[in-house]
Design a protein around this ligand. Structure first.
Ligand SMILES: [Mn+2]
Length: 272
């Protein structure tokens, strides 16, 4: 089929580190990756560039670090700490010739609506800072929809596509868009196809993974209850031009998982 959507693969769980994961991914025949954050990424940039060149792989995106990092924090010290870590990844992305850095808009849950609204203001400041840095480095930022708890005393900032979209559009940021994680959308009791439709032109990249709507299992697409036909139809409707990045938990079996992913791609008429 012409105009088929392309499947890329996240290095997460596809090897003991990014370099081994790239080798596994290339061995199965995929051509593009998203890199998972690594503590010693800085020291590995040359080795990463060598391995992608020798295997003919392209790095589409980098997942920014997120553990213990909250760019929507109302504590300025914590917020700046998070910004510094993410800005470093924007620099790495530039050195690795990647296009996109994926960023979590928040970490943890606001304890009240007041805290939520204060956090949202902080997130706006952070967005401005990160967008400027990304523009200087020729990088596009993609903010990922998060898992919510559906309670006023436990709201996640940036859990929904419409929330991210209104932020981005209100601020008129040109090099900022959305990364739709289909699994997070499903857990939030949203419909991934509908959230993709809502994201429309702001949809830059996709974390494609499945679950049963309860826990963040990162299953191979078709192993959960997401309607993939409907999802892919929505992507056609919005004339989506980006990739479907498989963000799947291999449970220690990367090669077996990658082969299975390839079969699923064929079934869903995706190329790679
Ligand atoms: Mn994700």
């Amino acid at each position: 089929m012409c105009n088929a959507f392309k499947a890329y693969v996240s290095t997460w769980t596809m090897g003991i580190n990014n370099i081994e994961a790239i080798r596994n991914i290339a061995e199965v025949g995929f051509k593009h990756v998203e890199l998972w954050p690594e503590i010693d990424m800085k020291d590995k940039l040359n080795a990463l560039n060598e391995v992608i060149e020798s295997y003919g792989i392209r790095i589409w995106s980098l997942h920014a670090p997120f553990s213990g990092l909250n760019i929507a924090s109302i504590d300025e010290e914590l917020r700046n700490h998070a910004l510094t870590a993410i800005i470093e990844y924007i620099h790495y992305a530039n050195k690795l010739n990647a296009n996109v850095v994926v960023v979590h808009p928040s970490s943890g849950y606001a304890q009240s609506m007041i805290e939520y609204s204060k956090g949202l203001e902080k997130l706006k400041n952070s967005l401005q800072t990160l967008a400027r840095e990304a523009a200087d480095n020729n990088i596009v930022l993609a903010f990922e929809n998060m898992i919510d708890k559906h309670k006023p005393e436990k709201s996640r900032i940036g859990a929904y596509v419409l929330e991210l979209k209104s932020l981005i559009n209100d601020m008129n940021l040109e090099n900022v868009g959305i990364c739709l994680d289909t699994g997070h959308s499903n857990i939030n009791k949203m419909i991934p196809a509908v959230e993709a439709y809502w994201a429309a032109d702001d949809l830059i990249t996709i974390h494609m993974n499945d679950n049963l709507g309860i826990t963040d299992d990162h299953l191979i697409p078709t192993e959960g209850n997401i309607n993939w036909k409907e999802f892919i139809n929505a992507l056609r409707l919005i004339k989506y031009r980006g990739p479907l990045v498989m963000e799947v938990n291999s449970k220690g079996m990367p090669l077996k998982t990658l082969l299975k992913l390839k079969e699923v791609c064929k079934k869903l008429s995706l190329t790679w």
